[in-house]
Design a protein. Structure first.
Length: 284
């Protein structure tokens, strides 16, 4: 016998139990799917922002004490000819193309004078690479002074915030053409070995002095923090070595330029004194 639907049930719109249960199930499933979709979108957005914030910059910083040859390197890279230069007292900037891509690299030549050397900190957030330029022909006489400048750079590099991807770092043993090649080593290799040996010795002295509570020399700039500098930590327990520096890989290049001479044409690539350094920039 068929059930009788009363007028009272019709007037009061009594819901069917089965229909109510199904609606609740659909509503719960929709809410769950929306929540999952929202969580996925938030996660994708977070990692996209983090990746963008950790992307490398687009500048090459040339740093180091005065007279090292930073401005000469800049003019050679930009104008493909080495111009006569003098010690800069203001920052020089220019851009070069990086073939075969269409991207450009901004070169920032920061003066090495002690009073304004710390200006390099202003350009670190956009640094893709940092090159510390050293006069290899005079490093044996002024190694302690050069080490002071380098110590400050290493301190800044190792203190970068986690949100910034660390720039590539190189020490450029410049003016290697002033050294006489031997039967066992080229002038470039002699320059690299000399610069590496002197700077490791001087930096180890500074690290030992700091560990013993003895204040290390400062550059003499206003508001100097020479005695508070770190950045010389190594993975080994022995003397300071660039190969064991906790800040990352340190590349070395022996370079030279000839004032007034043009850089060789593309088909002669590799025959000028900046070839190894230029190739390093292209690989970044």
């Amino acid at each position: 016998m068929d059930p009788i639907i009363t007028e009272e049930a019709v007037n009061h719109n009594v819901p069917t139990p089965e229909i109510l249960s199904q609606a609740k199930v659909i509503s719960s499933q929709t809410l769950l799917l929306v929540s999952l979709l929202l969580a996925v979108l938030l996660a994708v957005g977070f990692f996209a922002v983090r990746k963008r914030s950790q992307s490398k910059g687009s500048s090459l910083l040339l740093v180091g004490p005065s007279g090292g040859g930073k401005t000469a390197i800049l003019s050679t890279l930009v104008y493909k000819r080495t111009l006569r230069t003098h010690s800069s007292m203001q920052t020089n900037m220019a851009s070069i193309a990086l073939p075969p891509s269409t991207k450009s690299l901004r070169i920032v030549d920061v003066p090495g004078h002690p009073r304004i050397f710390d200006q390099f900190r202003e350009y670190m957030p956009d640094a893709k690479a940092v090159a510390f330029v050293v006069d290899a022909s005079t490093i044996s006489r002024n190694g302690a002074v050069v080490a002071e400048h380098l110590h400050r750079v290493l301190h800044v590099l190792i203190s970068l915030p986690p949100s910034q991807s660390p720039p590539a770092f190189a020490i450029v043993a410049h003016k290697c053409d002033a050294l006489k090649a031997s039967a066992s080593a080229t002038a470039e290799q002699l320059a690299i070995n000399r610069v590496r040996t002197v700077l490791e010795r001087e930096l180890d002295k500074r690290r030992t002095s700091h560990a013993g509570g003895v204040g290390v020399e400062s550059l003499g700039g206003e508001g100097d923090e020479g005695t508070d500098l770190g950045g010389l930590e190594c993975t080994g327990n022995g003397e300071f070595r660039f190969a064991e520096w906790e800040g990352g890989e340190v590349s070395f290049f022996g370079t030279s330029v000839a004032v007034g001479k043009a850089v060789p044409a593309e088909d002669e690539k590799g025959k000028d004194g900046l070839a190894p350094f230029r190739e390093w920039l292209l690989e970044l």
